[in-house]
Design a protein around this ligand. Structure first.
Ligand code: ADP
Ligand code: MG
Length: 612
C-alpha cells in the first residue's frame, strides 16, 4: 500500500508558517521589520486580545504598487534579493520572502497600501493565502497590514497560544527592543484601542528609557563606559548597584543592531554584577555590541533571534569588563557627591573630633570605651583613598596601575583631610551611628566589615597576615570530594589557607589568615568543594576567577564582625576609617547596602522644624 502522498500547497503553507509564526509577537516582529525595511519613520502597532484577535501595523514607509501588493503574499516573493548569491550582502531584515505568504495562510489578512507613484491605494482581503476581495481606496503613502483571527484554520496551533497576558508580555518586550534599537523612529503601541506607549523619535537611548519606563527606573540607569577591545565594541546603559529586579525582563542585547537572545551574553553581563547584586536578583541592561559581521552568524535560528559568535569569549569578556568598570567608577563618584566621610588615616591622625557647634542637641561628651580588642583589619596606609573617583582602566580592574595610584595619593596629600564625622555609638549592637555636619549615617557593621575584608582579600592580599595553627584542623572528605579539591589546593594556598593531604581522604588545615583564625574552616572547605563541583565545567580562567571571588566573599563573611557584636568606639572608628578607603563600599559583597545617610534636612522635616 502506498503511504506517501503530497500535501496540497495550502496545507504545506500552513505547516511552513509554523516556522516563522509561533506566537503573535513573531508576527509583530516580521511586520515591523518590513516597515523598517520600507523606510518608515512612524510605526504604530495595534493589538487585540494579545494579538490572537488582531495584529495591525501601520507605517509611513514606501508602500507598494497594486501589482506588488498582489505579489507580496505569494510564496518566495521578495524585493530584497533575486538569487542566493545576494544573501551574503543583504543588510535589510527579511530575505526569505516567506513572511507575508506564511501569515496569509494562517489568518485573515487585510493589506492596505499605496506607493508614491500611485494615485490610489489598494485594499486586499486575503483568506487561505488567496485574494478574496480587492478594492481601490484613497489613502496616504505607506502600508496598513492587519492579521486577524490567527490560526483560525489551524486549530492544533491555536491551542498552543498562551494566555492573552503572556502573549501581550512578549509583544511589549519586543516593542521595547525595537524602541531601544531604533531611537530615530516614532513608535506607538495600542492594546484594545488604547494607546499604551507613545515614543516619538529622540536622540539617545537614555531618553528612550525614560519614554518606556517610569522615571524612577530611569534614575537608576548609568551610561556604560564604551569599550572596544579586539574588534568588539560595547556601549549602552545599565542599572546601578541600587537597582535590582527579580526577573530578566529588562536585559536586552543588540548585536550589530539586531535584538538577540543569548544565554552566554546574559551570564557574562551578570558576572559584571558579581558581588554587587544579591543572588537571584537581576539588573536592567541595554547593551549594544558591534563587531565585524564575519565574526557573527545570525542565521542559526529561523527567526534570527539567536546569534553565534566565532569567538564568544572575546565578546563575553568585553561585556563583563564594560559593566564592571562602569559600576566601579559609578560607585566611586557616587561617594564623592553623596556621602562624604572624609578620609582619616587612623594611624597618624588624631582621633576624629567633632565640631560641637553643629549639634548642640547631641552634644553629650562621648565616653570612650577602652580599646581592648585586637585591630579588626589590616588597613594599609598606602592604600588609595577611593573617595576620589578613579578612572579605572579596563584591563586592570583589580589593581590600579602604579601611575594612577601615585596620582591618587598626591591628590590626597594636597587635599587637606577634613574630618567631618563623629562616631556617636552603636545601635542594637549592630549599627554604627555617625554624626555628620549635614546629617547622620547608619552603618551596618557586618556588611561594612565584610566589604572591607573582601576588598582586602581580593585586592590587597599582600597586606593580609596569616598564622600557623598550633593544632592543625583535620578534616575527612568523601573520595569524590577529595578528587574534586585535590587539584585546586593551590587556590586556597593563594588566599592564605594552607591545606595538606595527610591521609586517605584526609586533609589538614595548617594555616589561615589571622582574621579567620576563629572561623569554621571545615565549613569553608566544604563550600569550596561545592563550588568546584558546580563550576568545574566552565572555562579555566573563569573558573579560577569565580572560585576566587566566592572564596573571598565567604572568607570576608566568616571573618567580619557579626550583627550583635559589641564594639568599642575605637573599633568603630577603625572600621569607619577602613571603610572609607575601600572600593565598592556602598554594598557588601552580597549586594546589601552598608550605609544609610539621613540628612539633617530630612530630620528637621520629620520634626516639622524650620525647613526650606
Ligand atoms: P521579505 O521581507 O523577506 O522580502 P516578506 O514576505 O516579509 O518577505 O515581504 C515580501 C515583500 O513585500 C517585501 O520584500 C517588500 O517588498 C514587500 N513589503 C512587505 N511589507 C512591506 C511594507 N510594510 N511596506 C512596503 N513593502 C512591504
Ligand atoms: Mg519580511
Amino acid at each position: 500500500m502506498n503511504r506517501i502522498k503530497q500535501l496540497s500547497a495550502q496545507e504545506a503553507q500552513k505547516i511552513a508558517a509554523g516556522e516563522v509564526v509561533e506566537r503573535p509577537a513573531n508576527i509583530v516582529k516580521e511586520l515591523v521589520e518590513n516597515s523598517l525595511d520600507a523606510g518608515a519613520t512612524q510605526i504604530s502597532i495595534y493589538i487585540e486580545d494579545g494579538g490572537k484577535q488582531l495584529i495591525r501595523i501601520v507605517d509611513n514607509g514606501c508602500g507598494m504598487s497594486v501589482a506588488d501588493a498582489h505579489m507580496c503574499i505569494k510564496h518566495h516573493t521578495t524585493s530584497k534579493i533575486s538569487s542566493v548569491d545576494d544573501l551574503t550582502s543583504i543588510t535589510t531584515f527579511g530575505f526569505r520572502g516567506e513572511a507575508l505568504s506564511s501569515m496569509s495562510a494562517v489568518s485573515k489578512m487585510q493589506l492596505i497600501t499605496k506607493d508614491a507613484d500611485s494615485e490610489l491605494g489598494v485594499c486586499l482581503s486575503v483568506e487561505n493565502g488567496a485574494v478574496a476581495h480587492e478594492e481601490a481606496i484613497a489613502c496616504e503613502q505607506g502600508t496598513d497590514l492587519s492579521i486577524a483571527d490567527l490560526f483560525y484554520n489551524v486549530p492544533a496551533r491555536k491551542k498552543f497560544l498562551k494566555t492573552k497576558e503572556t502573549e501581550w508580555r512578549h509583544i511589549v518586550t519586543l516593542f521595547e527592543a525595537f524602541c531601544l534599537d531604533y531611537t530615530n523612529i516614532h513608535f506607538k503601541l495600542f492594546s484594545e484601542g488604547k494607546m499604551l506607549f507613545n515614543c516619538p523619535a529622540i536622540d539617545s537611548i537614555e531618553q528612550r528609557i525614560v519614554q518606556l519606563w517610569e522615571h524612577s527606573f530611569a534614575q537608576h540607569m548609568i551610561t556604560l563606559k564604551d569599550i572596544t577591545q579586539q574588534g568588539v565594541s560595547v556601549r549602552g546603559v545599565i542599572s546601578s548597584h541600587q537597582y535590582s529586579r527579580y526577573d530578566r525582563n529588562a536585559i536586552f542585547f543588540f548585536v550589530n543592531s539586531r535584538w538577540v537572545k543569548n544565554y552566554k551574553l546574559t551570564q557574562a553581563a551578570l558576572r559584571g554584577y558579581l558581588n554587587v547584586l544579591q543572588t537571584g536578583k537581576f539588573p536592567a541592561l541595554f547593551l549594544f555590541i558591534t563587531l565585524d559581521g564575519a565574526q557573527v552568524d545570525i542565521n542559526i535560528h529561523p527567526r534570527k533571534e539567536e546569534v553565534q559568535f566565532l569567538h564568544p569569549r572575546i565578546v563575553e569578556q568585553a561585556v563583563t569588563q564594560a559593566i564592571k568598570a562602569t559600576l566601579e567608577e559609578h560607585l566611586s563618584s557616587h561617594l564623592k557627591t553623596d556621602v562624604r566621610i572624609a578620609s582619616a588615616h587612623a594611624e597618624n591622625r588624631p582621633i576624629p573630633t567633632f565640631n560641637m557647634a553643629l549639634s548642640s542637641s547631641f552634644a553629650q561628651p562621648f565616653k570612650e570605651a577602652p580599646f581592648t580588642a585586637p585591630p579588626m583589619s589590616f588597613s594599609s596606609p598606602t592604600s588609595a583613598p577611593l573617595f576620589i573617583p578613579t578612572s579605572v582602566s579596563h584591563n586592570a580592574l583589580a589593581e590600579p596601575s602604579a601611575g594612577s595610584q601615585q596620582s591618587l595619593n598626591s591628590a590626597l596629600e594636597q587635599d587637606e583631610p577634613e574630618i567631618t564625622y563623629r562616631v556617636v555609638g552603636q545601635l542594637s549592637s549592630t549599627y554604627i551611628l555617625l554624626e555628620k555636619p549635614d546629617g547622620m549615617v547608619l552603618i551596618d557593621q557586618h556588611a561594612a566589615h565584610e566589604r572591607i575584608l573582601y576588598e582586602l582579600f581580593a585586592q590587597r592580599f599582600a597586606d593580609v597576615a596569616t598564622i600557623s595553627l598550633l593544632f592543625p584542623i583535620i578534616m575527612h572528605l568523601s573520595s569524590s570530594d577529595m578528587r574534586l579539591i585535590e587539584p585546586h589546593l593551590h587556590l586556597l594556598e593563594k588566599s592564605g589557607i594552607h591545606v595538606e593531604i595527610v591521609g586517605v581522604n584526609q586533609l589538614a588545615i595548617k594555616s589561615t589568615p589571622v582574621n579567620l583564625k576563629d572561623a569554621n574552616m571545615q565549613e569553608l572547605i566544604k563550600e569550596v568543594v561545592s563550588w568546584i563541583y558546580e563550576y568545574q565545567q566552565i572555562d579555566k580562567d573563569l573558573f579560577f576567577k569565580t572560585i576566587n571571588e566566592k572564596l573571598h566573599a565567604q572568607m570576608a563573611c566568616k571573618a567580619a564582625v557579626k550583627a550583635g557584636d559589641l564594639l568599642s568606639i575605637a573599633q568603630m572608628q577603625q572600621l569607619v576609617a577602613d571603610l572609607e578607603k575601600t572600593d565598592n563600599r556602598f554594598t557588601c559583597p552580597h549586594g546589601r547596602p552598608t550605609m544609610w545617610f539621613v540628612s539633617t534636612y530630612e530630620i528637621e522635616k520629620k520634626f516639622k522644624r524650620n525647613y526650606r
